[in-house]
Design a protein around this ligand. Structure first.
Ligand code: ADP
Ligand code: MG
Length: 216
């Protein structure tokens, strides 16, 4: 049963469902484009400064403090910079896993990183990934917290990524004990992100001035 049917009790023809999905896809694309432009307009200095403020908030979260292992995206371009976080986690003897996109595969896998300075090189979509000699595939059972990138976020933890659905598929199979945390600049937070049925929210969103606890 579709969400629409569930709430209205009415059976809609399939073509109406498809039309709704198409409309959501267009809205998602408009949100991505608009927010990405704002995010890209920040200076490197701004991005660095705000990323440090976000890191400060993260370091105080009980789920981070308690975590023996974390999974964290390696940032690129105008994303919230995760290098200081990864460095800090490694210094505190937490295990750190980073996402890897296998060519031709629609799913991510995770690989343990031990030295941020020397193990990475640009991989798929130009995202920094462990070079082949440093690949150490690990299950997410090894982590307690996962940090998620996004282009747009809302206060219920819903997000828009690059439109490939990688993190929706990861969140669907995330081990029960793993808490998901979205990292976002304030300017990426909107009141409501357009949603499809397969979209899944993060548990928490952290910005430079807020820790947003979501319902999930
Ligand atoms: N759980 C899932 N299983 C299979 N495909 C999925 C799943 N979640 C998302 N997708 C696919 O990923 C594509 C992109 O999803 P979308 O939410 O627009 O991207 P993003 O979350 O990266 O912004 C969709 O076409 C959808 O079919
Ligand atoms: Mg999605």
């Amino acid at each position: 049963m579709s969400t629409r049917e569930h709430y209205t009790g009415l059976k809609y023809p399939d073509w109406i469902e498809s039309l709704t999905e198409a409309k959501t896809a267009v809205e998602k694309e408009q949100f991505r484009r608009y927010i990405l432009r704002l995010r890209d307009r920040q200076s490197t200095r701004d991005i660095d400064q705000k990323s440090v403020e976000i890191l400060d908030q993260v370091l105080h979260l009980h789920e981070y403090v308690r975590a023996r292992g974390i999974a964290c995206y390696v940032s690129k371009g105008s994303e919230v910079d995760t290098r200081p976080l990864i460095r800090k986690a490694l210094d505190s003897n937490k295990r750190v896993l980073v996402p890897v996109v296998k060519k031709g595969d629609i799913d991510l896998f995770f690989s343990e990183i031990k030295d941020l300075g020397k193990e990475l090189a640009p991989g798929s979509f130009n995202i920094p990934e462990p070079r082949p000699e440093f690949l150490r595939p690990e299950s997410l059972d090894a982590v307690d917290v996962m940090f998620i990138p996004g282009i747009v976020w809302d206060k219920e933890g819903y997000r828009l990524g690059w439109g490939r659905g990688y993190f929706d598929r990861i969140l669907k199979t995330l081990p029960e004990h793993v808490r998901s945390i979205g990292l976002s600049f304030n300017l990426q937070l909107v009141s409501r992100v357009p949603r499809d049925q397969f979209d899944l929210p993060a548990n928490t969103v952290v910005t430079e001035s807020r820790v947003v606890r979501c319902h999930s």
